[in-house]
Write a protein of this length. Structure first.
Length: 332
């Protein structure tokens, strides 16, 4: 049973968000998964997940806790960042908390997190390769985003916290025929120059991004070789349209101002709660249907395995086991 004293707080540094954005942009280039009807909410969560994973690694390094990085899965696989503690593969499940009132309550009394649910999307649990020695660790990132209530209360900070993306449709990011898109033509209707970044895959399916400055209302030709394009990034929200064309496409793709989203996740702090072995978590959790209210969500979007955070095991137990295991190896 967890208590407030078992919860571990990690500082959030801006470089964690930067790494999360870079990783997510690359994921967009490789993934065939659809983002649903709220794509930028999904991207916020994905960026947050990467940030928490890196914060955990940094924490372990600072505490001199030995861990192993397991062989990475393909980049589009959600388990790509798997690590091992004391011989146990770690499944890190993190949730993004963006509600202003809830964040204030947790900052004043972290015991609020003991009311949360330890959630794992059921389809992810089923399709992920596992063994009985695996463990599940649950964490929460407190942050504000462009779509959160916190942003309404932190508007001053948000002014310098923009990272706008336009996600391109499947016929650009997952083309039926693998052929070069160049020469790619771009044109902005803005009355001032804008710098854009394009990201996608090359002929060898390697990730590539390139920047180009677009002059006002002028057609710009990009000769860089892309075989797919997944996204376009811009620093400030455009008030006008941007056009994109390739000889491989019969029509110009127009990005309307409303199609850009600010994916910046302004993290405040991460809380590591507790852990549970795979077998125990599977045995003690219930299946929570989609659409249910939990501590961290007004309603869930997916069917989840669900258990109380308060019934997890303290992380210090696992860290001590890891230290002991490493010390025993040193004596051999």
């Amino acid at each position: 049973m967890l208590t407030k004293n078992d919860l571990l707080r990690l500082d959030h540094k801006p470089d964690l968000t930067e790494a999360g954005i870079l990783s997510t942009c690359q994921w967009l280039a490789f993934s065939s998964r659809r983002l649903g009807d709220r794509p930028f909410n999904f991207l916020h969560r994905k960026i947050g997940n990467v940030a928490v994973d890196l914060a955990l690694r940094r924490f372990l390094g600072e505490r001199l806790i030995p861990f192993q990085t397991l062989e990475l899965e393909p980049f589009s696989d959600p388990c790509q960042h798997a690590i091992s503690l004391a011989g146990h593969r770690l499944h890190l499940n993190s949730d993004l908390l963006t509600d202003y009132t809830q964040i204030r309550a947790i900052q004043q009394d972290p015991a609020e997190l003991l009311q949360a649910s330890a959630l794992t999307p059921l389809d992810q649990f089923i399709r992920t390769e596992k063994n009985s020695r695996d463990i599940y660790l649950f964490a929460f990132l407190l942050a504000y985003t462009s779509t959160s209530q916190v942003a309404q209360h932190k508007s001053e900070a948000m002014e310098n916290s923009h990272y706008y993306l336009a996600v391109l449709p499947k016929y650009w990011s997952q083309p039926d025929s693998w052929a070069p898109l160049n020469p790619i033509a771009l044109k902005s209707e803005a009355n001032h120059p804008i710098l854009v970044e394009l990201g996608g895959l090359t002929a060898t399916r390697s990730f590539k991004c390139t920047q180009v400055q677009l002059q006002p209302r002028t057609r710009t030709i990009l000769t860089d070789e892309f075989y797919s394009l997944a996204y376009i990034h811009i620093l400030e929200h455009p008030k006008t349209r941007l056009g994109l064309h390739s000889p491989r496409r019969s029509q110009v793709h127009i990005i309307q101002p409303s199609e850009w989203g600010n994916v910046m996740v302004c993290g405040l702090e991460t809380w590591l709660t507790g852990w549970m072995s795979l077998d125990e978590y599977r045995r003690r959790s219930i299946i929570l249907p989609a659409g249910q209210k939990t501590f961290q969500y007004s309603h869930t979007y997916y069917k989840n395995l669900c258990g109380p955070v308060s019934e997890l095991h303290p992380l210090d137990q696992l860290l001590e086991e890891t230290r002991t295991r490493q010390a025993d190896k040193g004596k051999l």
